[in-house]
Design a protein around this ligand. Sequence first.
Ligand SMILES: [Fe+2]
Length: 482
Amino acid sequence: MTVSERHIPTTLDGPFEPATRRFDSSLRRGSDDLPMTHPRLRMNVSLNFPEQIALAVSSSTSMWISWVTGNAQIGLNVTPLDPASVRSEVWYGKKSGKYTSVGKGDSLVYSQLYPFEGLLNYTSGIIHHVKLEGLEPGTRYYYKCGDSSIQAMSQESTFETFQTPSPKNYPTRIALIGDLGLTSNSTTTIDHLTNNDPSMILMIGDLTYANQYRTTGGKGASCFSCAFPDAPIRESYQPRWDGWGRFMEPLTSKIPMMVIEGNHEIEPQADGITFKSYLSRFAVPAKESGSKSNFYYSFDAEGIHFIMLGSYVDYNSTGAQFSWLKQDLQSVNRSVTPWLVATMHAPWYNSYASHYQEFECMRSEMEALLYQYKVDIVFNGHVHAYERMNRVYNYTLDRCGPIYITVGDGGNIEKVDVDHADEPGKCPLAGDNTPEFGGVCHSNFSSGPAKGNFCWNKQPEWSAFRESSFGHGILEVQVIKF
Ligand SMILES: [Fe+2]
């Protein structure tokens, strides 16, 4: 069946009778990591030439452009490069080959250090971030990035700015990916996504699975102690990030990719340092949206206001993220951006056994706020399958609640999730799903058909549709004239 033959549900439809498309065992449940020598992962530029070029939305009149130059190093002894040794320039203009403006920015390097026997240290190439400002909305630009003083500029690429936020304009298609990884299945997902020709990608956490490359031997095997049995922490193999940046570049050099952190981005290293790669590699419109942290931010894409929330940073109602979220929601003008879409990596609604009720603490802190401000849709990852919820609030069907959609089925090394918590023998124990951040708030349902139980005995009424397969989502807003 082609997509056009199916009825694609809209936010006007529902509530739906719960339905499950059973797992098709003829589909592969997983695939191996792509090797570092794979053509899509290999470095294919000369030294100091830009690679891993990626765009991120700043606003309809500004765009972030990021890239990497120089050689990363991995081994026992690594010496950080000097970020000041290569300039960060973007030449751009509205006609191909005619660059009327130059944008300049900042650069940095980061290191991932493991002073433990058997583990490798890493220091990155030079990561450049330039914000182009004063752009015209809804306009195509052509650009090259690099360092013109050493004739090390990239090939020309192109992007289009979004229109000024208004209820009349919407991005053509927005791609949604969770838990992508860097396997053969990730490749299929990205190739399908490319064919859908989206105008932006939302990358909802767990990007590269660099932290499992050496621990699982690239095959997803549980081999956590094989490579480094005595180390107090596991090594996250940072060259995977560089490979992933190259793998994504054909897309990200032309359309913006908006990222939010997942648990695989925590990547603990020596001295309790975490999230170093995520924080160093990605420019996000945090300052632009009044956030003091790159772990949560918001932005407009024409008539949609997107809120990117952090599951792995304080989400309590007394914390900075919560007060920022409240302020951001208060500032949304629904007559300018009628649609309000939130994302966070870990789902609050999930009827798979995997990660079941894992982020109940975050839900209990934040759900009322999203409900109060009438968020339309919440996209999540973390669970490696698809699930679309009916409109729900506090586990009760509610036509004013958001629609929650899990798309954590990008194709990573951990394979697809197939067990449902409502199936005989599949209900997790309360201690089975412990979050990598925050507390545990698992509890039995206090009301409704599953009252007194931890799991339902059939697909819950708030779960509209679930399917265990790899893929990506596409969000389209259609303006219907009455
Ligand atoms: Fe995750």
